[in-house]
Design a protein around this ligand. Structure first.
Ligand code: GDP
Length: 296
């Protein structure tokens, strides 16, 4: 996902490192190239403009052309600004002090909700030793409920059955009662998506959220949707309280832009990235590691 951006930045910075001295013209030129690289990576225009203007300000503030290693200094500034955009803060999950903690996953159909929720459950079970229960409110697609059941079994996590004759609110209420009774640490709720954002779907997930008050509501976004991610994110984020994102399919040959844009526009953190179909291909999103990966 970050490959193209990494290659572009590496070319820009190689050129820069070879220059003993930097003039204002060199800096401007470099910033134009950085801007171009980001736009080609599908970063939203407003984010790119903000990014390069912050870098310009830092360059002026530090008079980098006078520094001994101006190229390195500029690379450092770009790195700091990238981390700033992706969020410096610790992106770990919030788990309530009182069990069970409820985590709800929302998003469009096919973006990887079901796969991600099982991956998340598996990670929490294996790394934090949590007792996990999974439930689906997708009463429109029995195959989706079945898919969650099959994947739960594969991940050796408990699955709470639901069916198409129930209402989503009824399902989550019962699942939560059961989770409390059986002393589960975390209840993970998989919700129904649609092919496009529609009012009915948003109303449904908003109602579930109001009723159950999850400590985390994570929006799953398929990296392959490119610039359209911003519209999807805005549709969810303006109607309900999203606490963070999971970006999926980062193994595909897509551009890194959406990760930078989503965080910058919403100020909400990217918490996890999924990079394959297998249940282990899922990791906590660490902004500084990603930036190091991009900038080498
Ligand atoms: P949902 O409709 O949002 O629940 O999406 P699913 O979890 O059913 O995923 C849709 C498809 O995307 C499935 O074929 C998954 O195996 C696949 N998928 C999910 N996450 C990833 C990922 O990170 N990488 C790849 N390559 N495929 C993924």
């Amino acid at each position: 996902m970050f490959k193209n951006l990494t290659e572009r930045f590496s070319k820009i910075f190689n050129k820069l490192s070879n220059q003993g001295k930097l003039t204002e013209k060199n800096i401007k030129e470099t910033l134009r190239e950085v801007e171009q690289a980001l736009l080609e990576a599908d970063v939203a225009l407003s984010v790119v403009q903000n990014f390069t203007s912050s870098i310009s300000k830092s360059c002026i503030g530090k008079s980098i052309e006078k520094s001994f290693t101006p190229g390195q200094e500029l690379i450092k500034i770009v790195k700091q600004e990238l981390i700033e955009i992706l969020g410096k803060e610790n992106n770990h999950l919030n788990l309530s002090t009182q069990n069970p903690s409820v985590i709800m996953i929302v998003g469009l159909q096919g973006h990887g909700k079901t796969t991600s929720i099982v991956k998340l459950g598996k990670m929490l079970k294996n790394t934090k030793n949590k007792k996990i229960l999974l439930v689906s409110t997708d009463i429109y697609r029995p195959a989706a409920i079945k898919q969650l059941e099959v994947l739960s079994k594969k991940a050796k996590i408990d699955f709470y059955p639901s069916n198409i004759d129930q209402k989503p609110i009824q399902i989550v209420t019962k699942a939560l009662e059961f989770a409390a009774l059986k002393l589960y640490d975390i209840l993970l709720i998989d919700t129904a998506g649609r092919l496009h954002t529609d009012k009915y779907m948003i109303d449904e997930v908003t109602n579930i959220q109001k009723k159950i008050q999850p400590i985390e509501t994570l929006l799953v976004i398929d990296a392959m949707v490119g610039q359209d991610a911003i519209n999807i994110v805005n549709n969810f984020n303006t109607n309900m309280s999203i606490t963070g994102f999971i970006i999926t399919k980062t193994d595909s040959d897509t551009r890194a832009g959406i990760a930078l844009s989503m965080r910058f526009i919403t100020k909400k953190p990217i918490k996890f990235i999924s990079h394959g179909e297998s249940l282990n291909e899922f990791e906590i999103f660490h902004p500084n590691r990603i930036v190091n990966r991009i900038l080498g």
